[in-house]
Design a protein around this ligand. Structure first.
Ligand code: Q9C
Ligand code: ZN
Length: 340
C-alpha cells in the first residue's frame, strides 16, 4: 500500500496551551506522525511516497475564502498587533450573537477559532495546507486505479468546518479529499469516521449533500468533545436528509460494544453502495489514550481494517487523532495491513 507523507508537518509543533485547569502540554505533536511513519517504514508492505502537485480546487470548495485568508495571515497580523504570546489563541468568542469578524486579530481569532487548544503558530497554515496536499495526492492515486491508500495527515482535520478550526484541526483533509472525489466521479462517496471524537467538521460540510454519506462512531458528546454535535438525532438536512449517521457510544465503551456498532456503520455504508470510501482513522479510542475516552483494545484495529476490506470498496484512509505515541504505529499499521 502506498502511504503519502510529507515531513512539512513538523513546522506545526504546538508546545504548551491553556485549558480551564491551567497550562497543559499539547499532545498533537510532530512525534505522532513520526511514530506512525517509523512503524510503516519498518514493514515492507508499505511504500512511502511524497505528495505530488495535485489540483487544490477542493480546498477552495470546502473552506470559505475568508477563512483561508485568515489562516494564512493571522499569525503575522497577531504578532504585529503586539498580541502575546507569540501563538494565536482566541480569547473572545462571539457565540451566536456576532455580526462580523472585524479587523482586529483578537476578534478574528475568536470568529474563526472555536476553542483555546487549537493554536496558530508561524508554520500552522503551511502544515495544514501540506496535509491537504497529501490527501489530494492520494485521491489522484485512487482515481488512477489504486484500490487502497493511506494519507499520513498531520495536523488532523475532522473537527475543521467550512470556516472554523478547532479540536487540533485547521483544514479538513478528509472532506477535501471527499469533495474532490465527488466532483470527479459524480458523487456517491461515503466517509466513515472512527476517531474517538465526533467528526463535526465533516458532518457540517456535507450535511445538506445528497452525494456524500457521513457516518461517525464516537464517545457521547454529552460527555466529550466536540459537545455541540454528534448526537443520534442529527441525520442531515434537505437533499442530505438521511445521509448522516451518528453512532455515539457511552464513555469508556469497550470492544464488546464497539464491534456491533461498527457493524451497523458498515451495513449503512454497504446499503448506500458508494463508489469510494474515505476512512477518517483516529486511534484515540484505545483504553490508555490520553485524550480519547473510549476503552478499546489496541488489537481492535486489525479487526476493523479486515471488516472494512470486506466491503470491497476502493478506500482512502486519512489520519485523524491518536495520542498514545507508543501505540500509534502499531494501531495504524494493523488497520492498514488488514485492509490491504
Ligand atoms: N483540555 C482529535 O482527536 N479535548 N481532536 C482537549 C484539552 C479536545 C481531539 C481538552 C480533543 C480534540 C483530532
Ligand atoms: Zn479524536
Amino acid at each position: 500500500m502506498q502511504v503519502v507523507y510529507s515531513p512539512e508537518h513538523r513546522v506545526h509543533a504546538p508546545a504548551e496551551c491553556m485549558s480551564a485547569s491551567g497550562p497543559f502540554r499539547h499532545r498533537e505533536v510532530p512525534q505522532r506522525a513520526e511514530a506512525i511513519l517509523a512503524a510503516l517504514e519498518a514493514d515492507r508492505r508499505f511504500v512511502i511516497v511524497p505528495p505530488g502537485d495535485p489540483v487544490m480546487n477542493a480546498l477552495e470548495e470546502v473552506h470559505a475564502a475568508d477563512y483561508r485568508a485568515y489562516l494564512a495571515e493571522i499569525h503575522a497580523a497577531w504578532i504585529s498587533a503586539g498580541e502575546a504570546p507569540s501563538i494565536v489563541v482566541p480569547e473572545l468568542f462571539p457565540g451566536r450573537g456576532g455580526r462580523r469578524a472585524g479587523r482586529h486579530p483578537a476578534n478574528r481569532a475568536g470568529w474563526f477559532g472555536t476553542d483555546t487548544f487549537t493554536p496558530i503558530l508561524a508554520g500552522t497554515a503551511e502544515a495544514a495546507r501540506e496535509a491537504a496536499r497529501c490527501a489530494l495526492t492520494a485521491v489522484d492515486l485512487l482515481l488512477a486505479g489504486e484500490e487502497r491508500l493511506y494519507a499520513l495527515t498531520r495536523p488532523p482535520g475532522h473537527h475543521a468546518g467550512r470556516d472554523f478550526h478547532g479540536g487540533f484541526c485547521y483544514f479538513n483533509n478528509a472532506a477535501v479529499a471527499t469533495a474532490h472525489l465527488a466532483r470527479e466521479t459524480g458523487g456517491r462517496i461515503a466517509v466513515l469516521d472512527i476517531d474517538a471524537h465526533h467528526g463535526n467538521g465533516t458532518q457540517e460540510i456535507f450535511y445538506a449533500s445528497e452525494h456524500v454519506l457521513t457516518v461517525s462512531l464516537h464517545a457521547d458528546p454529552n460527555e466529550e468533545f466536540p459537545y455541540y454535535w454528534g448526537y443520534a438525532e442529527e441525520t442531515g438536512i434537505g437533499p442530505g436528509e438521511g445521509l448522516n449517521l451518528n453512532l455515539p457510544l457511552p464513555l469508556g465503551a469497550d470492544d464488546s460494544l464497539y464491534l456491533p456498532t461498527f457493524a451497523r456503520a458498515l451495513e449503512r455504508i454497504a446499503a448506500f453502495a458508494p463508489r469510494y470510501l474515505i476512512v477518517s482513522l483516529g486511534v484515540d479510542g484505545i483504553a490508555d489514550d490520553p485524550i480519547g475516552h473510549l476503552s478499546l483494545a489496541p488489537e481492535i484495529f486489525g479487526i476493523l481494517g479486515h471488516n472494512v476490506r470486506a466491503l470491497g470498496i476502493p478506500t482512502l484512509v486519512v489520519q485523524e487523532g491518536g495520542y498514545r505515541i507508543t501505540h500509534l504505529g502499531t494501531c495504524v499499521r494493523d488497520f492498514l495491513s488488514a485492509l490491504d
